[in-house]
Design a protein around this ligand. Sequence first.
Ligand SMILES: [Zn+2]
Length: 114
Amino acid sequence: MPPPHPHPTHHPRHTMTSHRPRTSTARDGTTYRQAVAQLKREGTNICWLCAQPIDMQLTEDNPQHPMAWTADHQTPLSQGGPPTIDNLREAHRTCNSRRGNRAPQHPPNNSRRW
Ligand SMILES: [Zn+2]
């Protein structure tokens, strides 16, 4: 039976509150990303601008493709739109950017038949 330590353990009275529970969560960004992910997962995957289905496989392969899936804001965040799924619409990347440019012209590539 080993004897107990002869020296009394040194108790440093430092109670450093290093892990204080942080209650301030970064709402912006987190919520928005979650909303986008939810829309992508549970949405209709139909472009709200041209009413054509969006190829999700294409989006997986090449998110930068003009016909890839993007989330469009109904009300821009800069104009007070909430970062929630209610303010998001699914759109092709090209449709989204076309709308962003506010160019009310017909799409140049109209030969594709659906
Ligand atoms: Zn579209």
